[in-house]
Each structure stands twice: as C-alpha cells, then as structure tokens.
Design a protein around this ligand. Structure first.
Ligand code: CA
Length: 220
C-alpha cells in the first residue's frame, strides 16, 4: 500500500512518513501543494494524507482537481483549523476523513487503514484468503492461526493482494502500489520478493498468471 503525504511542516511530515513506514506503508512525502496535485494525478496511491494549508496550491484545490479528474483514492485531510465550515469545504471537495492538528499518529494510522479497507470494498477489519488472514487494524498477518513474520516490503505486497483477492495484478500495478518514487517493471526485485513470500505462504495461495501478473487465491 502506497500513501501520498502532503504536509509543509517539515517536522510533522517526517514524523508522519516515519510512522506510516513503520506501519507497513510505502510513502511519498511532499511539502508543495502543486507537487502533491501532480503526483496524485500521475501515480497510483492507495490513499493520501493532505494538509489544507500548503504552499504552491492549497490542499482543497488539489483535492478538487483530483476528483474532477476521476482520481478516487481515499483522502484524509489534515488541518490546524477546526472550524466546521473548513471541514464542510473539505468533505464537499471530496475528502473521506478528517483529522484536526494536533493528532495522535496511532489515530492517523487506524483511520488510514480503515479508509483503504473500505475503499477496496471490505466492511470487516479482518481479511482472509483460505488459511491466510490479515488483521487490518493491527497490521498483522497470520497463516493457519500462527503469526506470519514478513519484512516491510513483503508486508506491503501481501497487504495489497489481500485487499484485492482473486484479482490478477500486473507487475506494473504491483510496483506502483509497493514502491516509493520510481519503479522499473523489468527489474527482477519484484520476482525475488514474490518468491520469498511464496516460500513463507507455502503452495496454493500466490499464483503466477503467465503474461499477466500474479493473483492471490486459495486454490491448488
Ligand atoms: Ca500547512
């Protein structure tokens, strides 16, 4: 899962990015509203954390442009202002959730996980595919009831598959949702990661679809 963070307060931006990394997300963090708007139009994010008061372009304008262009990833708006009409303007522009500064990083993460889960069409915070389960709120996988130890990159990949079970996911799309910044779809890094995850899962879950990509499915 890949998150766009747009926040011009450098200290807060770094804290948010570090906390999201720690929670298993890939993070692209920017300070400028125009840059945020551009990235949101051109890259595939699973969610965005958007400050309203940004240099270059204010957060509400960036959000409105994304929605006008049909970019529908969930957006959690951050603002120092708690006045009701700012919130209303945020929701009208297409925000999905709201946090008023100062906030707890734990709350930001819980809300983001819920937004991403719901936007993928899952009502329940526990996702399952055969013996594999993901507790979305805790950010933990289990396999046949036992905790499954994963590196940060393995977690990101498997979490993306868990949100889209049964769907064939191409290399390019997978790279977009797992890596920050650029991604070379010809690199074999992705194959190495997939291979490692497969060994941890055992056979019958993460399948290769020749010429198309990969699919998570509980089938032999
Ligand atoms: Ca700001």
């Amino acid at each position: 899962m890949r998150i766009l963070v747009a926040e011009d307060d450098a200290a807060l931006r770094k804290r948010v990015a570090a906390a999201l990394h720690e929670a298993g997300f890939a993070v692209d963090a920017v300070a400028d509203g125009g840059q945020a708007e551009f990235l949101g139009q051109t890259e595939d994010f699973d969610a965005a954390v958007l400050d309203l008061g940004l240099p270059g372009m204010d957060g509400l304008s960036a959000l409105a442009r994304w929605r006008d262009a049909g970019r529908d990833f969930p957006v959690l708006v951050l603002t120092a202002r708690s006045r009701w009409h700012d919130k209303l303007a945020g929701f009208n522009a297409g925000a999905d959730d709201y946090l008023t500064k100062p906030f707890q990083l734990e709350e930001l993460i819980v809300r983001l996980r819920a937004l991403i889960r719901r936007s993928a069409g899952h009502a329940h915070p526990r996702l399952a595919c055969g013996p594999l389960a993901l507790d979305v709120n805790a950010g933990r996988f289990s396999l046949a009831g036992d905790p499954l130890a994963l590196t940060a990159q393995e977690f990101r990949i498997l979490a993306y598959f868990m949100h889209h079970p049964g769907k064939v996911i191409g290399r390019g799309a997978l790279g977009e949702h797992v890596y920050e910044g650029g991604f070379d779809p010809d690199s074999n890094a992705l194959d190495v990661l997939i291979g490692r995850i497969r060994r941890k899962l055992g056979p019958g879950l993460l399948h290769t679809v020749r010429g198309q990509g990969f699919v998570l499915r509980d089938a032999p």
